[in-house]
Design a protein. Structure first.
Length: 449
């Protein structure tokens, strides 16, 4: 019988995971003076990178990130098949409930800020401006019959230019704003009932400002399907602006170090009880079909994209990294690349029990070996990232050594001082990942050229 591996992992969280630093000493006795606490934040050193498609740019100072206290069970805690296993990570627990006194004090401060006209104007135009409103993406290209939302109403005339261009096919989904970014771009959410999988779940999307630029009105855009860690249900934390993924892409596009990707951010799992490996596990919701067919179809229905796989990629953390890696190896005709951050390389959902053959058909290593043995297989690119505080290099190096040959190209990037969390992975993508993947994918063309 197949033995499911036990891989204790720190909790995968957007804002900080389990830290490897020593535990602080116990507090001093009551009334004993306590030493002052340093508020200095760790600073990351300058990173020198060549610009994508241009000469080398000036170095950029990397932002500092706040270290968070450990959360979740201690390493080595036992896991059971009837609960989500922490080696595939766990979404952060809700914060402790504040006392009524603190709540009233906070409410009073907010009201005081809003009492003045300036405070109200800031509240109205920045914090929640437009949340819940319908979002329209892009404009129909010249000669098209779109409805102004970026989605075709059917029968749109194809503009001249690249035959690889895929205009929105419709039907248009209803997107509602969830977040507004500083540059005016917006993250929105829709509910998708998968035509192929039958699974229904939430999907968040974001388009860079280049998408609405008139000079790109006749061009397709690359799509990155961004997957969270943990169970990835009922939310996808990449839709949280505070992680900075959208900002990293925007800044990279402005500097020429990243393509202006459309981000599509679906829920990863159908519930919070198990993880499903992004696969069609027998007798379970078809999450593999949802990810490979239904989610890309939503993007094609609503946005100007590319027909070829050169315009499609995955990015994911932890459990999401495994799903992206597996989908790439399973569908080399549909996807070109993956950025896999701190992920596993073999399926380990407890739901595979009794279905070893099906599990093997969803094993990235076994799938990679088949691609290597197949002549004429399309070239694939894998960008592994891991933080020096989280470990895992041996596992990734083993996968690279065994499968990084033939049509499969694998890079391994070490994030100095990085831990198992979203902020550090975004830092790694800014340093290397986005630039590397942008070099081999297809970007938009000005004026549809």
């Amino acid at each position: 019988m197949h033995q499911y591996p036990q891989r204790p992992r720190p909790d995968d969280q957007p804002y900080g995971g389990q830290q490897s630093s020593p535990q602080p000493p116990p507090p001093p006795p009551y009334r004993q003076p306590q030493p002052p606490q340093s508020s200095q934040q760790p600073q990351y050193q300058r990173q020198q990178q060549p610009a994508y498609g241009h000469a080398a740019q000036a170095t950029q100072e990397m932002p500092s990130f706040r270290q968070q206290p450990p959360q979740g069970p201690p390493p080595g805690a036992p896991y059971y098949d009837d609960q989500p296993r922490r080696d595939r990570d766990h979404e952060p627990e809700p914060p402790a409930r504040k006392s009524r006194k603190k709540v009233w004090i906070s409410a009073g401060l907010v009201l005081a800020l809003l009492a003045g006209g300036a405070g109200w104007a800031y509240f109205k135009t920045d914090w929640f401006d437009g949340n819940g409103e319908t979002v329209s993406y892009g404009k129909p290209p010249a000669g098209g019959k779109g409805d102004g939302s970026g989605a075709a109403s059917g029968g749109a005339a194809k503009p001249s230019g690249d035959p690889d261009l895929s205009l929105p096919t419709g039907p248009a989904a209803e997107f509602k704003q969830t977040t507004k970014l500083d540059d005016g771009t917006r993250i929105s959410k829709t509910r998708l009932k998968g035509a192929k999988s039958g699974f229904e779940g939430d999907v968040w999307v974001w388009t860079p400002k280049e998408y609405d630029d008139p000079k790109y009105a006749k061009s397709g855009f690359p799509v990155m399907i961004a997957l969270p860690g943990g169970n990835g249900y009922p939310t996808n934390y990449w839709a949280d602006r505070s992680l900075g993924l959208q900002k990293a892409i925007s800044e990279g596009a402005a500097k020429g170090t990243s393509l202006p990707f459309i981000l599509v951010m679906p829920v990863l799992n159908p519930d919070a009880k198990y993880y499903y490996d992004g696969s069609d596990i027998p007798n379970q919701p078809k999450m593999g079909t949802w990810m490979a067919e239904d989610v890309p179809e939503l993007a094609r229905a609503n946005f100007r994209t590319w027909k070829s796989r050169d315009g499609w990629a995955f990015m994911g953390n932890s459990s999401g990294a495994f799903v992206g890696l597996k989908q790439l190896m399973q569908h080399p005709d549909k996807f070109r690349a993956v950025i896999a951050n701190g992920g596993e390389t073999a399926p380990d959902s407890p739901l595979w029990k009794g279905f070893k053959a099906e599990m093997d058909a969803n094993d990235p290593g076994k799938l990679a070996q088949k691609l290597i043995a197949t002549k004429g297989s399309p070239e694939l690119y894998v960008n592994f990232q891991y933080g020096t505080k989280e470990g895992g290099r041996d596992r990734l190096e083993k996968f690279q050594r065994e499968n990084g040959k033939g049509p499969i190209k694998i890079d391994l990037y070490e994030i100095k001082g990085g831990d198992h969390n979203g902020w550090d992975y975004v830092r790694g993508m800014k340093e290397q990942g986005l630039q590397a993947i942008s070099k081999i994918m297809k970007g938009p063309k000005a004026d549809g050229g």
